[in-house]
Design a protein around this ligand. Structure first.
Ligand SMILES: C[S@@+](CC[C@H](N)C(=O)[O-])C[C@H]1O[C@@H](n2cnc3c(N)ncnc32)[C@H](O)[C@@H]1O
Length: 210
C-alpha cells in the first residue's frame, strides 16, 4: 500500500511533470497484481532478472519484489529524479538477504545492460509519447530480453477515444497513431489482457511474449 508521502510526491509530479508522469495517481494494488502475473508462473530454480520501466513511487516494484527470491535481480529505470530519489531511499532500507533491487536514474531508451531479462514490467505513459518513441521503446524491450520473455504494460481503457473527443485534429491523429503502434506489437506478440476495474481510471494489463 502506498504511503501518504508517496501519494503526495506522485501528485506533485503529476502537476509539475505531467508529460512524463502521465497519470493522476499511482496505480492500484489490483493493477499491480495483474502486471506481475508472469512472475507467479515461474518454474524451476532458475534465477530471474526483471526490468521495470517507469516505476514512479514503486507500486509495481513492491509486487515484483514480493515474487523474487535471493539471487534474483530487479533493475528499475526511472527518468524523474524525484521518483528515483524516493526509490533509492526505499531500496536502501530493504533486507540485503533478499533479491537485489537497483535504481537507475535514466531514460529507458538510454539504459544499457549486458543482462537479457526474463520479464519487463512497464509503467510508461505511452499516450503522452510520439508514435515513433513508443515503437522504439517496445523495440528496446525486445532487444533487452531473452527469447520467451514476458513484457507487460498497461493502458487506461478507452482513454484514447475519450481524450480524442476533446482535442484538436493533430493531437487526435497522434493518439490514433500511438494506438496503431501498440496494436501492431499486440498483433505480433500479444498473449492477452487482464482488465482491472479497481484502478483510477480502469486499465488493462497487456502481456506480450518475445
Ligand atoms: C504513469 S507513471 C507510472 C508509475 C508507476 N509505475 C505506477 O503505475 O503507479 C509513469 C512513470 O514513468 C516514468 N517515465 C516516463 N518516461 C520515462 C522514460 N523515458 N524512462 C524512464 N521512466 C520514464 C515517469 O517518471 C513515471 O514515474
Amino acid at each position: 500500500m502506498i504511503s501518504t508521502a508517496g501519494l503526495s510526491l506522485f501528485l506533485r509530479q503529476t502537476i509539475g511533470a505531467f508529460h512524463s508522469t502521465g497519470a493522476v495517481c499511482p496505480s492500484s494494488p489490483f493493477l499491480a497484481r495483474a502486471m506481475v502475473a508472469p512472475l507467479r508462473e515461474r518454474a524451476g530454480g532458475r534465477r530471474l532478472r526483471v526490468l521495470e520501466a517507469g516505476p514512479g513511487t514503486g507500486v509495481f516494484s513492491r509486487q515484483i519484489l514480493a515474487h523474487l527470491r535471493r539471487g534474483d535481480e530487479l533493475d528499475m529505470v526511472e527518468l524523474n529524479p524525484r521518483f528515483a530519489q524516493w526509490l533509492r531511499e526505499w531500496t536502501d532500507g530493504l533486507d540485503k538477504r533478499g533479491p537485489e533491487a537497483r535504481v537507475h536514474e535514466q531514460d529507458i531508451l538510454r539504459f544499457q545492460s549486458d543482462a537479457r531479462y526474463d520479464a519487463v514490467i512497464c509503467g510508461l505513459p505511452f499516450n503522452n509519447f510520439s508514435p515513433a518513441l513508443v515503437d522504439s521503446i517496445f523495440q528496446r524491450f525486445a532487444d533487452l530480453t531473452r527469447p520467451g520473455a514476458d513484457i507487460v504494460f498497461f493502458q487506461y481503457l478507452g482513454i484514447r477515444r475519450l481524450k480524442g473527443a476533446f482535442v484538436g485534429r493533430e493531437e487526435r491523429e497522434r493518439l490514433r497513431e500511438v494506438g496503431r503502434v501498440i496494436d501492431g506489437w499486440i498483433a505480433k506478440h500479444g498473449r492477452g489482457v487482464e482488465r482491472v476495474w479497481l484502478n483510477v481510471p480502469p486499465a488493462g494489463a497487456f502481456r506480450l511474449k518475445k
